[in-house]
Design a protein around this ligand. Structure first.
Ligand code: SAH
Length: 198
């Protein structure tokens, strides 16, 4: 992925298009904003950074967990081959789908459901982007990551997590690197928070 291409696209993409509440007027601020249902759209600089770290290629098959507003999905769809995106809140999923189809993307498959389980049908994935915080690395997602693949995921307790870059080498060995501290809403579902906090 070429930094300048991503930068040019991110500057062109209107974040206000992905917000449909009273916070729309703040779309240009580099701040997370509420998108309803107790969920948030991340600040653009973080979405940019996570996309650049994930570094999808033109032919990449990408799994995204937490479609939310669809803003991050647009960046992924622009710079990869196929995007499979999962959102558990159907109202958010439907709105995001409408927006992304409205932008003309034909390489995105949408699912409403529990993304902590991944999306077995289309696995393995070259890239996995998780935009909700997991308590631990979800084993099921690691399994669905292709050899030579990368995953970007916030991991840690509620309120403060570490953004991690996870790489699976061609032998299937896992390497992790901490990028920085972040705050995301929690990843729910079977292998989300409840699994680790029973
Ligand atoms: N990437 C989004 C940010 C979404 S916030 C954007 O650019 O707008 C995180 C999203 O993850 C929320 O919409 C939340 O509903 C969703 N989420 C949390 N747990 C999930 C799960 N297990 N499966 C699918 N989506 C989940």
């Amino acid at each position: 992925m070429i930094f300048e291409d991503l930068k040019a696209f991110a500057e062109r993409l209107d974040r206000a298009y992905f917000i449909d509440n009273e916070y729309k007027q703040y779309a240009d601020y580099d701040q997370p904003l509420p998108i309803g249902y107790e969920q948030t759209i991340s600040q653009p600089s973080l979405v940019f950074q996570m996309t650049y770290i994930l570094s999808p290629e033109k032919g990449s098959r990408v799994l995204e967990i937490g479609t939310g507003s669809g803003y991050q999905t647009a960046l992924l769809a622009e710079f990869s081959g196929e995007v499979y995106t999962i959102e558990r809140i159907s109202a958010l999923a439907e709105k995001a789908k409408k927006r992304l189809l409205g932008l003309g993307y034909t390489n995105i498959s949408f699912m409403t459901g529990d993304g902590s389980l991944g999306w077995e049908e289309h696995a393995p994935y070259d890239r996995i982007m998780v935009t909700a915080a997991a308590a631990e690395l979800p084993q099921e997602l690691l399994r669905q990551l292709a050899a030579g693949g990368r995953m970007v995921i916030p991991v840690g307790p509620r309120g403060c997590q570490e953004l991690m870059l996870v790489e699976k080498d061609i032998n299937g060995e896992i390497f992790t690197r901490i990028i920085e501290e972040v705050v995301f809403v929690e990843l729910k579902g079977k292998y989300g928070w409840s699994y680790w906090n029973k």
